[in-house]
Ligand binder design. Sequence first.
Ligand SMILES: [Zn+2]
Length: 416
Amino acid sequence: MTKINIERLMKNIESLGTIGENAQGGIDRALGSEADVLARRWLMEYWKERFHRETKVDAIANMWLHVENGEDRKAIVLGSHHDSVPNGGKYDGALGVLMATEVVETILEQNIKLKHPLTIVSFTGEEPNPYGISTLGSKALAGRIRKDQIRNYFHRDTLENLADGIQRLGGDIEMWEKIPGKEEIGSYLECHIEQGKRLEAMDLPVACVSVITGIYREQITVTGEANHAGTTMMECRKDALLGACEVALAVEAVLLELQDKDIVGTVGYIKNMPNEANIIPDQTTMILDVRISNEEKKLEMQHQINERVKAIEAKRGVRVHRSVILNQPAQPMSEVVIRAVSQGIRQTGLQPEQLISMAGHDASNVAAMADSGMIFVRSIDGKSHCKEEYSTPEDIEACANAMLRAVQILDEEMAE
Ligand SMILES: [Zn+2]
């Protein structure tokens, strides 16, 4: 059975992982940073050395390495992103790009013949960044952002226009029509660290992603009455902040009652007015973020929250105004890719479990234009977006070998 070269893959992870490394041992490799430039150079040089091919940089600065095979078919695309969150880890994104690279290297070395050409991609600006737009490269690919919108974004510190930042990275938004389209990309497979503890709980190194979670956000404003913090008796208050606290706790209770490990919710933003020690708050605004993929349960959740909010309004004499600010449905992964990944996992002797991705990924955008799927590697302690982010070489090896098989199965199963 053909196997990938884990020593080589681990060496590349360590090597790319030094680019943007800070004094605390984390990685700073945001879109447009010097480390972004250097990571791109590292990838281009490595690809040139190993594949003897030049990297193509498209209008939004996504990097593409095409390995043609003489067949006039759509490509199987493998990849992820090379940028990082501030003080992030060396696996988020980079692992996917380097695993794609390793799988393609193995296929070429072992002379494995495929019907479809292979392409490696590293997407531009997947993570939130100082320009204020995430999954930028895959949004452009999927037509979810237009050329004329790019100039609306500026770096929050340097004030550089995003179009100029893209130019520095080798892109050129004037060449927008040259971003690869549906006619070139047949399927997309992305390896990523799980960034959670589900695989640890299942005692498995890898899993196939079935769906990328939907995201539902509400802005909730609770209005009460401002008054003197000393002279107002406890029973006479209409405290907006306490109303907001009750709403947040009610949401937690509703989510727990749904008893679904794939539903999570957070109130991570809160603004309290007038926010003074000696004034009872009269207005508190918060944002609720719920990751939920099941539409029926989403309706049930909304109904339950409505009921509880009414009760809180009556009890505290406050008014609660809620508006839905994001209602992004779940993005199912392609059946053909799910089958190939599941079989690939099985062929390496592992149980092919499926997981819902609770974080967003480039694969979600790519799904708008091609068969798209993902494979997850176990994250130790579920840690990610921090320097403690880690996956073991054994798990990474199992994942890469499953991916190698998945590519060969996909090559057989793809319609075009
Ligand atoms: Zn990522």
